[in-house]
Design a binder for this molecule. Structure first.
Ligand code: FAQ
Length: 315
């Protein structure tokens, strides 16, 4: 039997990708492909889990039972997304606990957006509408990612995110049509979440070190800038429809390009937040660390039970 050289293997791998054949966990893959997926998928999992914190903080203060039930369901969904994504990351050989420990030590990244506080009830609407909206824009493209387990996880996640986006928009619509003070709250939430939501898509394409290779491997199907532009084009009319103003003086429909023009993003703020200096970075990581420490007895009990059961079954 002919032993394939790495270069042959790499060629076959790329051919498969070019033919739109999914890569599965036991297939040969270049180390760099595996590493890039572990990086992106674990960051994505951490984002889902850390992302529960700003919203969970409002569950006890929801204004009525319907809103409370919806918010509870949404936060639970995010936990589920984190779990699928940690499992999908394990199919690449990553150790789940080590990955989580990287989050708790501050080594691992997670989405910049979750380092901003949710200051008012209107922020719950803005998070659903803008943060889940941006997440969907990105994740719909990831449903076609070349790595099978990630692509399949994304299909279910996108269905749930779509409900999240709608509940957020409906919440803000209700506020925007309410008393002047309620409309003000909605506008203030949009003012604070607009720019951080645009930053979720990552640096501009010419400053994105991972994009070119990830596009070649069809992990990413659209670039950071393409996704950001699609998000702006879809979201600005939604803001106008409910009488809110997007906080960008240079925002203007461009007949020639068929897209909105907008002010360049403040990348200094983005990198400050990514590098640990956002308004809530410390609080978020501390909360996750504390949750692990305080839940340790549950893990220990579950592991002891599993061990006992295993012994019984093999006795
Ligand atoms: N925040 O070369 P690129 C959600 C890092 S889920 C922090 O462009 P890439 C649901 C990037 O990691 C939201 N860091 O990187 C929800 C890289 O650093 P590294 C999360 C960021 O990977 C809603 C460096 O900058 N979604 O919201 C960010 O090709 C409500 C250079 O960047 C995903 O994770 C950022 N915003 O493209 C939950 C989707 N952007 O690792 C609860 C999957 C970039 O080399 C409540 N991820 N960086 O040290 C992706 O699609 C990609 O990883 C990108 C970045 C597009 C985020």
């Amino acid at each position: 039997m002919k032993v394939l050289e790495t270069t042959d293997l790499e060629q076959k791998f790329q051919d498969k990708i070019d033919r739109e054949v999914k890569i599965e966990p036991n297939d040969w893959m270049p180390d760099a492909y595996r590493k890039t997926l572990i990086r992106q998928m674990s960051q994505h999992a951490h984002s889902e889990i850390v992302g529960m914190l700003p919203e969970a903080n409002w569950i006890t203060r929801a204004p009525n039972l319907r809103r409370k039930a919806v918010l509870l369901a949404k936060v639970q969904d995010e936990a589920g997304h984190g779990l699928y994504l940690y499992s999908a990351t394990e199919t690449l050989g990553a150790d789940r606990e080590a990955t989580i420990d990287d989050l708790h030590s501050g080594k691992a990244k997670y989405s910049s957006i979750f380092n901003y506080p949710a200051l008012s009830w209107a922020d719950i609407g803005a998070i659903g509408w803008l943060v889940d909206g941006a997440a969907i824009m990105n994740q719909v493209a990831l449903c076609r990612c070349s790595y099978g387990p990630y692509a399949r996880a994304m299909v279910k996640i996108c269905k749930e995110e779509s409900f999240h986006q709608r509940q957020g928009y409906e919440l803000l619509t209700t506020l925007a049509q309410g008393a002047p003070e309620q409309k003000e709250l909605a506008q203030d939430a949009l003012n604070r979440f607009w720019w951080p939501a645009l930053m979720m898509f990552g640096p501009n394409d010419d400053e994105s070190p991972n994009s070119a290779q990830s596009m070649r491997w069809k992990i990413k199907r659209l670039t950071n800038d393409e996704l950001r532009q699609n998000f702006i084009d879809a979201t600005v009319p939604q803001a106008e429809l409910i009488g809110l103003k997007v906080p960008d003086e240079n925002l203007k429909w461009n007949e020639e390009t068929g897209h909105y023009d907008f002010t360049p993003i403040n990348w200094d703020e983005f990198w400050q937040v990514v590098n640990g200096n956002g308004p809530c970075n410390k609080q978020r990581v501390d909360a996750r660390r504390k949750a692990k420490e305080e839940g340790m007895w549950v893990r220990e009990a579950a592991l002891a039970f599993a061990e006992k059961r295993k012994k019984k079954l093999t006795a």
